[in-house]
Design a protein around this ligand. Structure first.
Ligand SMILES: Nc1nc2c(ncn2[C@@H]2O[C@H](COP(=O)(O)OP(=O)(O)OP(=O)(O)O)[C@@H](O)[C@H]2O)c(=O)[nH]1
Ligand SMILES: [Zn+2]
Length: 404
């Protein structure tokens, strides 16, 4: 809602909050900066501030230290712990309190959480604020299940290398995935310096635009810097996730956007944190001009997950044509009066694109069928476990004479 509210204010706070904190600033009393402003560099906005409000008034008696609960954004998750950033810098926190058997609800990069700190300086994630959006993918064909890759992503930057002819089917897949994840896609043709002929570059841009209706397509070169400023300006608000095949130039682009200096500053600042951990925010990078970049390894190879609507949006041109098919359940295959096939015959719609649409829908349907069965079985098991646990607890209480 207030997405465009204050990119400038945001970038200012990024700089001041990033460089003026000194070691030991963790003791809340010495803080003069508005914590909300410091967190804005990591994508904090009124939406999350509202979600956090009930915790803010909570004096957190259960921490036993009198310390207030704080908001933090998750940078990376590993077994039982996560790296997160707070208004006062990076922390490492235990995640046992928010453990869940449902992989689509598991804590992930980009989540905003409620952090409790005990008297000894130990941090725990107490709760996860409701996600605005989530990127979920299918993991493997054997154990079909959704895995959250990134949460609260506003834009998806799809990097496609111009070192080879762009694979438009892959562009379509990523665009579907972006929409399915609730993010606005943006296609970036990287390594533009490798296509010196402007006419060829224009043609490649046009072909890509045709495969991604309603999506901005930009050409950039990290090598020459061409287009990087334009891209940075597009990313100033909200959180952007980097998607794209291996070798597409994502890391190079991230470096160009973040700037080498910024990364070095961050690295030295990481050592300010308590303990010996070498927390880096590599997966969650505040951009110097505003906005946050999420670059997690998991996002790099992608399968669809519950992406029906995403595919529909990525192929909005085909879905619009389909409204004119004679049969409302037309498969655009051999049906008479098919408006989609007519558009292909007229040359208005590339056949390649229709094939790609069908393929992605089929793939998604296959996954959905497999998962439904599995999820049902899992929920049943979970229910049985809880029931057994409930019985066990009651029996224990009785056994110890602790009848309520
Ligand atoms: N000519 C040219 N080469 C580039 C450009 N950007 C990246 N490259 C090269 O492309 C290769 C891959 O770049 P990376 O940034 O590592 O690609 P990536 O997408 O992060 O790859 P993964 O980490 O495997 O996912 C490297 O050899 C880069 O030097 C560019 O703008 N122009
Ligand atoms: Zn049809």
């Amino acid at each position: 809602m207030r997405e465009s509210a204050a990119p400038h204010g945001r970038s200012d706070t990024t700089r001041t909050s990033g460089t003026t904190r000194t070691p030991g600033a963790g003791s809340a009393s010495g803080t003069t900066t508005d914590p909300d402003a410091a967190l804005a560099a990591y994508g904090w906005d009124t939406h999350f501030a509202d979600a956090f409000a009930p915790y803010r008034t909570d004096p957190a008696p259960d921490t036993g230290s009198g310390r207030a609960l704080r908001p933090a954004r998750v940078v990376r998750v590993d077994r039982g712990r996560c790296d997160a950033v707070t208004a006062h810098g990076p922390v490492r926190a235990a995640t046992a309190d928010v453990a869940t058997a449902d992989p689509t609800r598991a804590l992930c990069t980009g989540d905003w959480v409620v952090l409790a700190t005990d008297a000894a300086g130990g941090h725990r994630v107490r709760a996860v604020l409701p996600r605005r959006t989530a990127f979920v993918r299918s993991t493997s064909s054997q154990r079909t299940e959704g895995q959250v890759l990134a949460a609260n992503v506003d834009h998806a930057l799809i990097a496609v290398s111009l070192a080879v002819e762009p694979d438009l089917g892959r562009v379509e897949r990523f665009v579907s995935l972006a929409w399915a994840g609730g993010a606005q896609p943006l296609v970036v043709l990287t390594k533009a310096d490798l296509v010196p002929d402007p006419d060829t570059l224009d043609q490649l841009l046009a072909d890509t635009e045709e495969s991604a209706p309603g999506v901005q397509v930009l050409a950039v070169s990290a090598e020459t810097g061409e287009g990087v400023d334009v891209l940075a300006a597009v990313l100033t608000a909200g959180t952007t996730a980097l998607l794209g095949q291996s070798g597409a130039g994502k890391s190079t682009l991230a470096n160009a956007l973040v700037g080498r200096d910024a990364q070095e500053v961050r690295r030295t600042r990481d050592s300010d944190g308590k303990g010996r951990h070498t927390t880096t925010t590599r997966d969650l990078l505040p951009l110097p001009g505003g906005g946050v970049l999420i670059d997690t390894p998991g996002l790099r190879g992608v399968g669809l997950w519950d992406a029906d609507e995403g595919v529909g949006r990525a192929f909005s041109d085909i879905e619009a044509l389909a409204a004119d098919c004679r049969f409302h359940d037309c498969a655009h295959d051999t049906e008479p009066g098919c408006a989609v096939l007519a558009a292909v015959d007229e040359g208005a719609l590339p056949h390649r694109r229709l094939d790609s649409y069908r393929k992605l829908l089929r793939e998604n349907a296959r996954l959905a069928a497999r998962t439904d069965a599995r999820l049902r079985a899992e929920r049943k098991q979970e229910f049985k476990r809880r029931q057994a646990l409930g019985r066990h607890m009651t029996e224990r209480k009785r056994g110890a004479g602790g009848r309520p």
